[in-house]
Design a protein around this ligand. Structure first.
Ligand code: ATP
Length: 353
C-alpha cells in the first residue's frame, strides 16, 4: 500500500504548465529522490505536497487521506531547505524544540526531546549554541533535527546539501541515510546532482519539463532507461540514432557505424527509428579487432586522463563515441591516431522513440 499518493497533479502559472499529470506512489519508509534539470518541476511538486503551493488539479493523499484544504502545519510533514531557515536568536535546542512548542508540548519535555534529536544527528552537547556559532554542516543537522523531532509522517528535503562543500556534502549524504534508516521515516529528497541521487535513493523519480520521465531504482535507471533523456541524464552514454532493419534478428543500422546488433528487446518493429545506448565503460579500446565482439575503427580526438581511468573521445565516421578505459590501457593510443573499439551485443541497449 502506498504511504504517499499523487494522482494527476498539474500546476499552471498562467499559460505555462509547470507540472503535467504527475502520478506517483511512495511506500512507507522509502527514500525517494526527485531528480531533474533546473526548472523541471521538482520543487513545485514538493511544495504542493507540503501545502505551500496548491495544485491546479489532482490530489495528494497520505495513508489514503486527502490533504486537500490542510495548511502546511496541519500536514505533519518535516521540511529541510537548502538555506536551513533556523531562527538566529534561538539556540540549537530551542530551534529543535520550536515545532514541539507549536504542538503544545511542555518546555521541559520538549527540550529533552530536542536534546535527544540533536544527539541522533551527531550534535550532542551543541544545544546551547546559536546558529552563527555552528558550521554550515552543523546548522544543516539542526535543521534536520527540527524537521524530525515531531515524528512527521513524511520528510521533505529540498536540495539540503547544495550550500555545502564536496567533502561535507558526502559526509552529510551518509548521515542523512543513517538517520533516515534509523527512524524509518518516508523521505523525498530533491536534487539535480545525479550521483547524489544514485548513492542515496531506494528509487529515483526523473523529471523533465514538468513531467515524470521514469520512476525506478538507481540501477534500473542506469541499465534500462526508458527514454533518451533519462539515458543522457543518468551517467555517461553513447546514444546512436538507428533504424531497425530486422527486429527478429535484433539488427539496426546507423549511417556512420553501419549494422549494429542489440540486446534482447521486445520493441520496436522493423522499420522504426530508435536510439541505441552503449555505456562508455562497456566499450573496449585496442589496436586490433577483438574476436567475439563487434569491432569498428575510431579516430581518437581527445584523451582526458583522470589517473585511475581515462575518457577517450573519438569519431566513427560522423558519430562521436566516448570510451572509458582503465589507466594502464590508455597508453596504447595517442590523440589523432586510429584504433579499434569493440563491444558485446548484450551491452547495446535499445530505447524506442
Ligand atoms: P531547480 O532545480 O532550479 O530548483 P525545479 O525542478 O525545482 O528547478 P521548479 O522550481 O519546480 O523547478 O519550477 C518549475 C517551473 O515552474 C520553472 O520553469 C519555473 O520557472 C516555474 N515556476 C515556478 N514557480 C513559479 C511562479 N510562482 N510563477 C511562474 N512560474 C513559476
Amino acid at each position: 500500500m502506498s504511504h504517499l499518493k499523487l494522482s494527476g497533479i498539474s500546476k499552471s502559472y498562467g499559460q505555462f504548465n509547470a507540472l503535467e499529470a504527475v502520478d506517483l506512489d511512495i511506500a512507507k519508509g522509502e527514500f525517494v529522490t526527485f531528480l531533474g534539470p533546473s526548472g523541471s518541476g521538482k520543487t513545485t511538486t514538493l511544495m504542493i505536497i507540503a501545502g505551500f503551493e496548491s495544485a491546479t488539479s489532482g490530489q495528494v493523499e497520505i495513508e489514503n487521506k486527502s490533504l486537500f484544504g490542510l495548511a502546511p502545519y496541519q500536514r505533519n510533514i518535516g521540511i529541510v531547505f537548502q538555506n536551513y531557515g533556523l531562527f538566529p536568536h534561538k539556540t540549537a535546542a530551542q530551534n529543535v524544540y520550536f515545532p514541539l512548542q507549536m504542538r503544545g508540548v511542555k518546555k521541559a519535555e520538549g527540550l529533552r526531546k530536542a536534546e535527544e534529536m540533536l544527539e541522533l544527528v551527531g550534535l550532542k552537547g551543541f544545544g546551547h549554541r546559536h546558529p552563527k556559532e555552528l558550521s554550515g554542516g552543523q546548522q544543516q543537522r539542526v535543521a534536520l533535527a527540527r524537521a524530525l523531532v515531531f515524528e512527521p509522517s513524511l520528510l521533505l528535503l529540498d536540495e539540503p546539501l547544495g550550500a555545502l562543500d564536496k567533502n561535507l556534502r558526502e559526509q552529510m549524504q551518509i548521515e542523512i541515510k543513517r538517520i533516515q534508516r534509523a527512524l524509518g521515516v518516508t523521505t523525498i529528497f530533491v536534487t539535480h546532482d545525479q550521483s547524489e541521487a544514485m548513492s542515496m535513493s531506494d528509487r529515483i523519480v526523473v523529471f523533465e519539463k514538468g513531467r515524470i520521465q521514469q520512476v525506478a531504482t538507481p540501477l534500473e535507471l542506469y541499465h534500462r532507461p526508458q527514454t533518451r533523456f533519462v539515458a543522457s541524464f543518468i551517467g555517461e552514454s553513447n546514444l546512436i540514432d538507428v533504424k531497425i532493419t530486422d527486429a527478429a534478428k535484433r539488427e539496426a543500422r546507423n549511417d556512420a557505424i553501419g549494422a549494429i546488433q542489440y540486446a534482447p528487446s521486445n520493441r520496436p518493429p522493423t522499420g522504426s527509428e530508435a536510439t541505441l545506448m552503449i555505456r562508455p565503460e562497456n566499450i573496449k579500446l585496442s589496436r586490433n579487432p577483438v574476436e567475439g565482439r563487434h569491432n569498428v575503427r575510431m579516430k581518437v580526438e581527445t584523451i582526458i586522463n583522470y589517473g585511475d581511468n581515462a575518457l577517450v573521445v573519438g569519431k566513427v565516421g560522423e558519430q562521436m563515441m566516448r570510451v572509458r578505459v582503465l589507466g594502464a590501457d590508455v597508453v596504447i593510443i595517442k590523440e589523432g591516431e586510429e584504433c579499434c573499439i569493440s563491444w558485446l551485443h548484450d551491452s547495446v541497449y535499445l530505447i524506442a522513440k
